[in-house]
Design a protein around this ligand. Structure first.
Ligand code: EPZ
Length: 423
């Protein structure tokens, strides 16, 4: 496994551009299965998870061709309805083909995703929602067997929790269901709006994008089309925190700052200067980092995907803060690694008490998950000495050119192949 080596203490200045959102692109790829023909997605990030989804689509008979950051998916004739275990085990977002397969083919066989390092990641709401639409769903031998012999019939589907994945699967299923589907307590993330925009361009009839009540009037069929993936607000937030740590000025472009509203507000409260533009933001800091409490919540609340990065910033704040994780039940794994760098963090259930320290100290650390891994690299930017972060395949799942972009801001950072690994 390669590692990322970063020497702490460099001031960061300059400009980076983020790519399309991982957490939209993967679902847009799944949604392309709904329509015969070739859909083209642009601003698709070159990340490992997209490669896995690319492979999964090919296995279903939907060939995809990438050219630079555009991806053309031809779903004219699907040859399989199965997302096998070896694919789902590599990337749990493979489950987002469930709704589109059952809507397009009337059946789907998708391996149950295991848990991961941040939580159990259940999909009971996906299954209950599809059952409400008339899909017969059995779960046995580690697989979800979904069959809709009479097609899907729209109805009201209340969600216990505004699950992003459940909302997405139900949107894709409802698009081709008979009649009206109403998702109550739907997720409101910008990536959901992006999926709705793509479905509407394909011919779907959807109201309420960005609200908690989304109405879909099913249509007979959808058509292939072109769509640009929305900018990645979490990739952007990661570089925003890097700029706050490295003092800046750092400009992050390629995303809508409104999608990071509460994060930018919390950074301002932490003593960071935030200067918004239409397609990005400029970050700088002259004084100490002030401690700020945050609690993660579904959008528009503080995003759980920014929790780890923000904890790194609070680890060097001038005081104590409480970080509460309300979305996943086990998303403090990386805090143990951060503590090895001298952070003073006390976990109590879903609260983390972070007592800021004057400086972190470089140490060998291990990525536990995608965002935690990125947060450890951010910690290395301000640690005393040279930090080596291993298991960086977690980071490569969701960040295109992470090392290159930080180096372009002035970080002293490089990737090192594991000893003995082929070059
Ligand atoms: C998506 O995961 C994102 N992943 C996650 O980003 C993100 O953290 C999450 O949404 C919340 O914003 C992708 O889009 C690929 P959920 P998802 O369904 O859809 C529970 C990253 O770092 N739940 O909103 O799985 C679940 O266990 C990743 O980019 C059920 O109990 O999120 C979790 O605790 C990490 N039953 C909570 O809800 C269900 O049927 C939120 O899950 C579904 C979810």
């Amino acid at each position: 496994m390669s590692s990322i080596v970063v020497v702490g203490g460099r001031r960061l200045t300059g400009e980076v551009r983020v790519g399309g959102a991982k957490n939209s692109a993967l679902k847009l790829m799944a949604a392309a299965l709904l329509a015969p023909g070739a859909s083209t997605l642009t601003n698709v990030p070159a990340i490992a998870d997209v490669d896995v989804m690319h492979e999964l689509l090919a296995g279903l008979g939907a060939g995809a061709v990438r050219s630079d950051h555009a991806l053309t998916i031809d779903a004219s004739s699907l040859t399989s309805h199965e997302a096998p275990y070896e694919m789902v085990a590599r990337m749990r977002a493979s489950t987002s083909v469930l709704g589109s397969l059952v809507a397009r083919l009337g059946r789907a066989r998708v391996a149950l995703p295991g848990g991961c390092n941040i939580g159990s990641r259940k999909i009971d709401m996906h299954i209950e929602g599809l059952r409400a639409l008339g899909v017969h769903v059995d779960v046995a031998h580690g697989y979800i067997e979904a069959v809709a012999p009479d097609g899907l019939t729209g109805t009201v589907v209340p969600l216990d929790f505004p699950s992003v994945g459940a909302t997405e699967n139900l949107l894709m299923a409802g698009a081709l269901a008979r009649g009206r589907t109403v998702i109550e307590n739907a997720a409101r993330e910008p990536e959901i709006r992006d999926l709705i925009a793509f479905l509407e361009t394909m011919g779907a009839r959807i109201e309420g994008a960005g609200t908690s009540t989304v109405t879909i009037d099913g249509v007979e069929s959808l058509h292939a089309c072109e769509h640009e993936v929305v900018g990645d607000r979490i990739e952007a937030g990661t570089y925003v925190v890097a700029g706050a740590l490295g003092k800046g000025p750092v400009t992050v472009r390629g995303f809508d700052p409104e999608h990071l509203d509460i994060v930018l507000a919390k950074l301002a409260a932490a003593g960071v200067d935030v200067d918004r533009a239409k397609d990005g933001v400029t970050i700088s800091r002259s004084g100490p980092v002030q401690p700020v409490d945050v609690a993660t919540l579904p959008y528009p609340g503080f995003p759980t995907d920014m929790q780890a990065q923000f904890m790194t910033l609070m680890a060097v704040a001038d005081g104590s803060s409480v970080i509460t994780e309300n979305v996943f039940e086990n998303r403090f794994m990386f805090a143990d690694e951060l503590s090895r760098m001298g952070a003073d963090i006390r976990i109590d259930g879903h609260h983390a008490l972070v007592r800021g320290v004057p400086q972190l100290s470089a140490a060998p650390v291990r990525c536990t998950d995608l965002r935690g891994g990125a947060a450890l690299v951010l910690a290395g930017l301000v640690a005393d000495g040279t930090t080596a972060v291993t298991d960086v395949h977690h980071i490569e799942r969701g960040y295109e050119g992470f090392v290159q972009k930080l180096a372009s801001l002035g970080a002293e950072i490089r990737t090192e192949a594991a000893p003995g690994a082929e070059e």
